[in-house]
Write a protein that binds this ligand. Sequence first.
Ligand SMILES: Nc1ncnc2c1ncn2[C@@H]1O[C@H](COP(=O)(O)OP(=O)(O)OP(=O)(O)O)[C@@H](O)[C@H]1O
Length: 269
Amino acid sequence: MLSVNQLNIHIKNRKLLQDISFNINAGELFVIIGPNGAGKSTLLKALTEEINYSGEINFQQQSIKQWTTARLAKTRAKFSQHHQQDIPLPVNEVVMMGRYPYFANRPGITDLKVVSESLKLTEMSHFKDRSYNQLSGGEKQRVHLSRIFAQLNNEFQEKLMLLDEPLNNLDIYYQHKVLKAVKVFVKKGNMAAIVMHDLNLAAQFADRILLLKDGKMIKYGHPQEVLTSQTICHVYDFPCKVMSHPLAQTPMIVFGEEKSASIIQNIQP
Ligand SMILES: Nc1ncnc2c1ncn2[C@@H]1O[C@H](COP(=O)(O)OP(=O)(O)OP(=O)(O)O)[C@@H](O)[C@H]1O
């Protein structure tokens, strides 16, 4: 379990996060949503101690501050929103970076096998010898996701995957492919926290959702509890209607209003 209690972050008298408390249980896919500037990336930075905070973060019943870097490297992995664009290496060597905590000089047979399996997860196997720098935005994204899966492929329990907007640049096929792979990962008794903007994907895949705005927790709970028309319209300051997804039976958010169609017609010459 990951347990966050009364997390606060201030920078130069500005409150970036205020009194944030939540748990992620083993087996849960946890999604963090909220408008631009809500504090979602800042929260993930706190979970990887890239930013100073007050409050408690316990990972597997132990303060995260007491964990050694070596142990964390095999138990927690983070996919950042912004990647280094220029990496002059072939794809399989970028994914092998995820295995650096596992070997000193040369990768072993297990590391090579894990890299190969991780490339399969994001359907990047046929790109393995291609130069990373020549890939498209979505392909680069899939390489880094493979790297994260490679990093956490081991026998440890209750591992934590932190993904900051992993679906950027991915088409609908790969958005679902990646989220399904994360779901398989958590169902093995692990945890994932994903920052995303697509509320409908959050509704379909999240076990629990945290909704942030202006650094504050607005709602935290199951998708049906968090994704209500009243809350979403108010928080995003945009008209919407929440219905039931006809196939998945999860909440389905439709943005806009009937009137807007007639407004668009009226302004057309
Ligand atoms: N180092 C910093 N110093 C000052 N302000 C910061 C710093 N880092 C982030 N902020 C501010 O904190 C707020 C939250 O930023 P954060 O990146 O966490 O938002 P977000 O919810 O991830 O937004 P987005 O959806 O736009 O990616 C923003 O207003 C941002 O400008």
